[in-house]
Write a protein that binds this ligand. Structure first.
Ligand code: FES
Ligand code: FES
Length: 151
């Protein structure tokens, strides 16, 4: 079936099954491979994108539920004020280890800062709790979010 979706301020027409997860439309149809597959079960956060500004697990979001919503991915989050601060802080703090989880981490962190410009440690832990990092970069992630909030 044909769908029209809005991704990073561009409109795309795609022809996929109704229940195709957004993650696979982004990666396999649109070639946006910055968003990662981890679990496919909404348990790890690697596939996080923004749907109308809300951090969302794209691996469990069927394409037919998106409608007119605006999708933002890691490829474009740096164009937002919060995303730019987060990405700079990520580089300054050398957050990344293997990198696999980091697109999702950044998307969740950007949503947090957009909704809560001065998050407490508890706010950060709560917002980031669904994003798993096998490399254990959690301490640097928290420092980077604090730096971004202060910038
Ligand atoms: S791949 Fe979507 S939450 Fe793990
Ligand atoms: S940096 Fe390796 S999984 Fe997070």
């Amino acid at each position: 079936m044909a769908f029209t979706i809005k991704v990073n301020d561009q409109t795309h027409s795609v022809d996929v099954d109704d229940d195709t997860p957004l993650l696979w439309v982004l990666r396999d149809v649109l070639g946006m491979t910055g968003t990662k597959f981890g679990c496919g079960l909404a348990l790890c956060g690697a596939c996080t994108v923004h749907v109308d500004g809300i951090a969302t697990r794209s691996c469990v979001m069927p394409i037919d539920s998106i409608g007119e919503s605006q999708i933002t991915t890691i490829e474009a989050i740096g164009a937002t004020a919060e995303g730019a601060k987060i990405q700079k802080a990520w580089l300054d703090r050398e957050v990344v280890q293997c990198g696999y989880c980091q697109s999702g981490q950044i998307m969740s962190a950007a949503e947090l800062l957009a909704s809560n410009p001065n998050p407490t440690d508890a706010d950060i832990d709560d917002a980031m709790s669904g994003n798993i990092c096998r490399c254990g970069t959690y301490v640097r992630i928290r420092e980077a979010i604090k730096q971004a909030a202060a910038s």
